[in-house]
Write a protein that binds this ligand. Sequence first.
Ligand code: SAJ
Length: 417
Amino acid sequence: NTISVIGLGYIGLPTAAAFASRQKQVIGVDINQHAVDTINRGQIHIVEPDLDKVVKAAVEGGYLRASTTPVEADAWLIAVPTPFKGDHEPDMVYVEAAAKSIAPVLKKGALVILESTSPVGATEQMAQWLAEMRPDLSFPQQAGEQADINIAYCPERVLPGQVMVELIKNDRVIGGMTPVCSARASELYKIFLEGECVVTNSRTAEMCKLTENSFRDVNIAFANELSLICADQGINVWELIRLANRHPRVNILQPGPGVGGHCIAVDPWFIVAQNPEQARLIRTAREVNDHKPQWVINQVKAAVADCLTASGKRASEVKIACFGLAFKPNIDDLRESPAMEIARLIAEWHSGETLVVEPNIHTLPKKLDGHCTLVDTQQALNDADVLVMLVDHHEFKTISGDSLSQHYIVDTKGVWH
Ligand code: SAJ
């Protein structure tokens, strides 16, 4: 039995590797030739703890190989990106391209699973694309339980940085277009899953994925809104949250510089795009979180103004150091990072030097190159007048109070208070 995974990115590659590690024949398909070549050498093109070892063993054992074109398989998993188009509308072009690429090699009895985060109805739409290209086969939308092809939506819910653990341990929502589709998809995931398969229909499963990330976004927005209110009231928001969380039914998340990454800042918009009138809280949460970097910039401007008044320096003589660029602590992923955005806006506005400390990277990304200087923690502490804490990486939390005391500080993570 062959399993084919379309899209070998942050989700597809770990999933392909998990099946291969259980001695299943897996063919990974990606349009990126570099990714395909790298994987076929037993290496990986993305950063994720332990993924390298699993991929290496799978390729060397002959269980996993990658290709740029689909070949016949018994089960297909589609894990391609679903970015935005226009004004926060989900763009299904990659799912459509993936469906159309497997349609010619689909055979009777195959199972097709969509894993990509998608708007409600996407699985039925995918089934339609397949049916249009293969009139010789029957699909669940017409043939129900008797269909030649089974189709399900089974979202991933793994946390970047812990993918190899969560992929296996987390419960999995299985949204089949029919009960038979769900049963077959559950059977497939049970090959490596230690968590439970929880069965529903495809539309509920699609909405479930969007709901999980919106839940987190709304809760982070609550914390971010509190941080604005507390700053205005002269209250330490981190102390406030610690105290409130002593209530047995209160569990507030942590404020920060904004919400980054390619999921939580994106997925809630899929709900808003489909239900703009009803999704008022979800939209507002997005706006609250997206506004946070601008608020941080205003705090930085105020700190620089204080520094100018007290030191008598000219603005061009003031050095600002940004601590952290990644979208969350202890990773090197800069995608959709509010910290990056803040560093860029500071460098754009500030006439003096902008320093950046990011222990997880060796060179500055293009967006900042030429505008900021990458330095280590010690140099930033020695040279800068204003320190901006953006990401609570381990190494920043241990900086002593003494080395901070001579600086003007904007701390978006509450680790230096
Ligand atoms: N953040 C805060 N305060 C917090 C927690 C997080 O500001 O208290 C910020 C982080 O700094 C980061 C952003 O939110 O910028 C998102 O980080 P995250 O760790 O909450 O989530 P992701 O984006 O790494 O992964 C999420 C997870 N979803 C949920 O926890 C509901 C993961 O399980 C999903 O699989 C993933 O999105 C995805 O691929 O959809």
